[in-house]
Design a binder for this molecule. Structure first.
Ligand code: ADP
Ligand code: F6P
Length: 324
């Protein structure tokens, strides 16, 4: 029998994502409204191990709903991946009087939460990553903002690509997933979009499409490459060698992780944060909050981590058919 939850700790972990602040704000304010004591843990599991913890009040989360990054800072913590590190973190929770944890991050962070749960610390995970690669959830906080940033950047590249009759190969983030790439490819009319879920063939997936569009009068090309596929520069070199078309690589990089969150990310973060604390209030824990059919739901953390997400073949068809 777990002791009654009076104090909740909240942390952000792994890569930051726009909307994490909105999630922290929602967790803190919902917690306070329900009578919990709220503690902010800085720098993810690192901060927990080092005791970098501060009490949060209503005003401690003011003026952050529109800000990218995370006021709690984030980190990747190697020590926490060890059994000793996890035991130390659980002991630290008890020393600090933290009865439950809300972990905002990606699946690595949730694996850590699962380990904490096994050591008797009730946990709730909130999906916060631009990659949208949390299997149990159709949506993760930061995804919309990151894609909009990428689209804005590719639109700018298109201007100069068109002026020079060039090919721009643009590498977008996503770790091992192609969700950002596929959507950005459609939104930007990329002649080819390469994602890790579908091994590509240079001739079939890029060159033949370029040749076909050249015959219809097209002289400039955008190719989107998910970082999990390979390096944009290598692909640009291959395209230039095969076609003679001046080809340039652009790696969008961490710009995709910054900026003011979109409405979608702010609202999703707010509703997920609220839901996380509402679960703890009802004595329900070791769950991952998720979006399913536009509703906020939750899954057992072990089940959530065993699930797999597949790429939307409809979007692949759309991309192949109309981006030509
Ligand atoms: P994300 O949460 O965005 O997937 P990471 O994979 O970098 O990011 O994970 C964030 C942190 O979560 C890691 O630095 C580590 O402290 C913890 N973590 C990751 N994987 C595990 C694991 N398998 N077991 C325990 N903790 C983990
Ligand atoms: O998970 C978010 C993400 O931005 C991935 O898209 C990318 O692969 C990775 O983090 C980059 O991590 P880092 O911040 O360590 O460069």
């Amino acid at each position: 029998m777990l002791k009654e939850i009076k104090t909740i700790g909240v942390l952000t972990s792994g890569g930051d994502a726009p909307g994490m602040n909105a999630a922290v704000r929602a967790v803190v304010r919902t917690g306070l409204s329900k009578g919990f004591r709220m503690m902010g843990i800085e720098r993810g599991y690192n901060g927990l191990l080092n005791g970098e913890v501060r009490e949060m009040d209503l005003r401690s989360v003011s003026e952050i709903i529109h800000r990218g990054g995370t006021i709690l800072y984030t980190a990747r913590c190697l020590e926490f991946k060890t059994k000793e590190g996890q035991q130390k973190a659980a002991d630290r929770c008890r020393e600090l009087g933290i009865d439950a944890l809300v972990v905002i991050g990606g699946d690595g962070s949730f694996r850590g939460a699962k380990d904490m749960a096994a050591l008797g610390i009730p946990c709730i995970g909130i999906p916060g990553t631009i990659d949208n690669d949390i299997a149990c959830s159709e949506y993760t906080i930061g995804y919309d903002t990151a894609m909009n940033t990428a689209v804005e950047m590719v639109d700018k590249l298109r201007d100069t690509t068109q002026s020079h009759d060039r090919c721009s190969v643009v590498e977008v983030m996503g770790r091992n997933a192609g969700y950002i790439a596929l959507n950005v490819g459609i939104a930007c009319g990329a002649v080819a979009t390469l994602i890790p879920e579908r091994p590509y063939d240079l001739e079939r997936d890029i060159l033949s499409r370029m040749k076909f569009t050249q015959k219809t009068g097209k002289k400039h090309f955008i190719v989107i490459v998910a970082e999990g596929v390979g390096h944009a520069q290598d692909i640009a070199n291959e395209i230039q060698a095969a076609t003679g078309i001046d080809s340039r690589a652009t790696v969008l990089g961490h710009v995709q992780r910054g900026g003011s969150p979109t409405l979608r990310d702010r609202v999703t973060a707010s509703t997920m944060g609220y839901h996380a604390v509402a679960l703890l209030e009802r004595g329900i824990y070791n769950r991952v909050v998720a979006v399913s059919a536009d509703k906020i739901v939750d899954f057992d953390i072990n089940v959530a981590l065993s699930m797999h997400k597949t790429i939307d073949t409809f979007l692949l068809d759309v991309s192949n058919t109309i981006s030509i």
